[in-house]
Each structure stands twice: as C-alpha cells, then as structure tokens.
Design a protein around this ligand. Structure first.
Ligand SMILES: Nc1ncnc2c1ncn2[C@@H]1O[C@H](COP(=O)(O)OP(=O)(O)O)[C@@H](O)[C@H]1O
Ligand SMILES: [Mg+2]
Length: 234
C-alpha cells in the first residue's frame, strides 16, 4: 500500500539575485532531514562531492542530516538521478507503511539537472520524485531562473509556485501564466515575490535578520587571539 503525505513540490523562479535562494534557505531552516542539490555550493549544510558520501552520512544518522551535494559541472543530471534513487530507497519504508519522517530535497539551478530538452530521460530519478515523491514523504523545492528552461514534468506537478523578479518580457509572460495572474501583478523588485498555493496568490518580501547578515561577513584578519585592549595613555 502507498500513503500520500502533505509533502509539496514548490517551484521557485526569478532572475539572478532576485531572492530565490534566500527565500528557500528561510523555508528550510528547521528541516531536520535535508538534502540540497547545490551546484554553486552556497547552502549552509554539510557539503559533499559524491552520492556515496551522502549515503554514508545518511546511514550515520538517519534521523537527522542536513547535507548538500555539490555535483561536478556537466554531470548534474546524472548526479541528481543517482541521488534521487538513493532518497527513494531511503524512504521506501515510508512509502510502504506511511510511518516515519519525511525528507526535504532542494534542487538549485534546476535547469542544469532537469532541462526542458530531455530532462526526464537524463534524470529519471528526479522525474519519478516529481510524480510520486509525495508517496515517499519527499518534499521538493525546485529553483531556477527561467520557467521555460525546466522540464514540464516538474512544473506540471508543482503544488506551489513562487515568482520573484523576472528578467525579460518572455519570462514575465511565462511566470504570469504559471501563476495565473496578469503580467503587471508580478513583482518588479529584488526580494519581492508572488506565491501561489491552491489558486490563492499572496505577495511577500524576503527580509534578513541581523544575525543572518552577519554570517556573510568575512572573518577578522587575526582570529587566533582575543582582541587586545588599548593601553591607556598616561
Ligand atoms: N544574509 C543576507 N543579508 C542581506 N542580504 C542578503 C543575504 N543573503 C543574500 N542577500 C542578498 O539578497 C539578494 C538575493 O540573493 P539570492 O537569494 O542569492 O538570489 P538568487 O538566488 O535569486 O540568485 C542578493 O542581493 C544578496 O546580496
Ligand atoms: Mg540562487
């Protein structure tokens, strides 16, 4: 028997620098079983280079893992395919019994691994998660700049769509069609978004806490010792 969870598939679209990754990072902050397919290596998770390393880390602590797979450039589709097969195998008991914890998969730069030209053939594992991930309790965030560059298998199975600033007229039209709104309702500023879920559109803006901003600061020049106090002048 197979059970359906509430695990959604969320498509996140927008021009470079528009706020996609920042939004996703905030959504997944509290996920305890997380794997990010992260070609740019930009997530705060344990970075790994191979699916075998991901498997080993999951086996080490199956209740809690926050991992990122930074695949070799050019090998994204194959790597995501193999990763998805691993995640489905890991969640097979969930599929059979409906018991156990869910899992969150983030696919960044999705046009590289699941392109509109033959994504399903190149990356069958992810195609299967798009169609049947819910039965396995696998939630998916798929992130890409342009809607038109990603295979329709993902887009057609999305339960939520989040649109950030789009770059050109064509992308704006595609995004408006995906959301079911008119082009002039799309966000035009970085960090602003329109979010569609079950036909309902909400608008929002990504904000950063001071603490999050601080994590982007470079370290001090000398971190070996505590800062010295200035001597008082006599
Ligand atoms: N912690 C942070 N504090 C302040 N600004 C941030 C922080 N992280 C990202 N930004 C800014 O948010 C904007 C969107 O970045 P990002 O989410 O990476 O865009 P995208 O993924 O759409 O390319 C960028 O201008 C970036 O400099
Ligand atoms: Mg990004």
């Amino acid at each position: 028997m197979s059970f359906k969870s509430n695990a959604g598939r969320i498509g996140v679209w927008g021009a470079s620098g528009s706020g996609k990754s920042s939004w996703v990072k905030q959504q997944i902050a509290s996920r305890s079983r997380l794997v990010v397919f992260d070609p740019l290596g930009e997530y705060d998770a344990r970075q790994l280079a191979t699916v075998d390393q991901v498997r080993a880390e999951m086996r080490r602590n199956f209740r809690r893992f926050r991992l990122s797979l930074v695949a070799r450039t050019g090998g994204e589709a194959k790597a995501l395919h193999v990763l998805c097969r691993l995640l489905m195998a890991a969640q097979e008991p969930y599929r059979k019994t409906g018991k156990g914890d869910g899992l969150c998969l983030v696919v960044e730069e999705m046009n590289l691994s699941f392109p509109v030209a033959g994504g399903v053939q190149k990356c069958q594992g992810f195609a299967e998660i798009c169609s049947r991930g819910r039965h396995y309790g696998i939630e998916v965030f798929g992130v890409s700049q342009r809607i038109a560059e990603v295979d329709t298998r993902f887009r057609g199975n999305c339960t939520e769509t989040v649109v950030f600033r789009q770059k050109g007229a064509r992308d704006r039209q595609a995004a408006a069609a995906e959301l079911g709104v008119s082009v002039n309702e799309l966000p035009s500023e970085n960090l602003s978004y329109a979010h569609e879920k079950a036909g309902l559109i909400t608008k929002g803006k990504v904000t950063f806490s001071k603490r999050a901003a601080n994590t982007n600061r470079p370290p001090a020049a000398n971190t070996n010792s505590a800062p010295k106090k200035r001597k008082k002048r006599a």
